[in-house]
Design a protein around this ligand. Structure first.
Ligand code: PGA
Length: 262
């Protein structure tokens, strides 16, 4: 099977778990997958301080390591930032870029609008991070998606297309190994999964943009409240080549059942 034919299932652990919990979860996932001989590609994206223990737990298995964000400079006086080269050195293959939570766009959030600026990614910083990830030899997983308000105003297609184009236009690096995750903001962490037909339609729209940029081999994923119950219907859509899984990736059984559905 060609790599592009295998579905990609990525666990986004967000800001969760201690080292002991992370080691345990990663080892449980990798061991079970070895027994399952799943033909989907699987990656886990823990928080930065957990990369070392998860790398150890995944050593010698088929499960790949990923990070949740990066900064675009290679090194220097950038307190609190982590570069693509550091992530490569830490064993990462993948890196999530432009997650809506990093853009200050939350589906159902307790944050008051005055603090949303702390989550500061814009289309421009996402573009820089995406290019830096490629330069470092990482495979970026670009997250795009509209808010509930944008959807209600009939702007979903326009917003998503602009987010993908904003990153790809003028890009000099070869992006053929990237993935793009359609993650409607209103579906993330809310339990309101996108209807599979609509997710497929949005995936096709992203696919069109990728093909115009000659990126046929890039995979289009869906993310937002993916569970073992809704995964089979999502994966029944040929245009959905994988999933970015948040909450359900923290529970061994649930994550494994999603991988099985893939
Ligand atoms: P969720 O998160 O599965 O918890 O909705 C998905 C994501 O944010 O990538």
């Amino acid at each position: 099977m060609r790599e592009a034919d295998a579905r990609l299932v990525v666990g986004n652990w967000k800001m969760n778990l201690t080292q002991a919990e992370a080691r345990h979860l990663a080892a449980a996932v990798a061991t079970a997958l070895r027994a399952q001989s799943a033909n989907a590609e699987v990656a886990l994206c823990p928080a930065f301080p957990l990369l070392g223990v998860v790398r150890e737990a995944l050593r010698g298995t088929n499960v790949l390591l990923g990070a949740q964000d990066l900064f675009w400079e290679e090194h220097g006086a950038f307190t609190g930032k982590v570069s693509g080269a550091m992530l490569r050195d830490a064993g990462c293959e993948y890196c999530i870029v432009g997650h809506s939570e990093c853009r200050g766009r939350f589906g159902r959030s307790s944050y008051d609008p005055q603090t949303l600026g702390f989550f500061s990614d814009t289309d421009e910083t996402v573009r820089r991070k995406f290019a830096a990830a490629l330069q470092a030899g990482l495979r970026p997983i670009l997250c795009v998606g509209e808010t509930a308000e944008e959807r209600a105003q009939g702007m979903a297609d326009e917003v998503v297309e602009a987010q993908v184009n904003g990153v790809l236009l003028g890009l000099r690096e070869d992006a053929s190994r990237c993935a793009v995750a359609y993650e409607p903001v209103w579906a993330i962490g809310t339990g309101d999964v996108c209807d599979p037909d609509e997710a497929e339609r949005m995936a096709a729209l992203i696919r069109d943009v990728l093909e115009r940029r000659r990126l046929q081999s890039a995979r289009v994923l869906y993310g937002g409240s993916v569970t073992p119950d809704n995964a089979p219907a999502l994966f029944a859509k040929p245009g959905i080549q994988g999933a970015l899984v948040g909450g359900a990736s923290l529970k061994v059984e649930q994550f494994l059942n999603i991988v099985k559905a893939a």
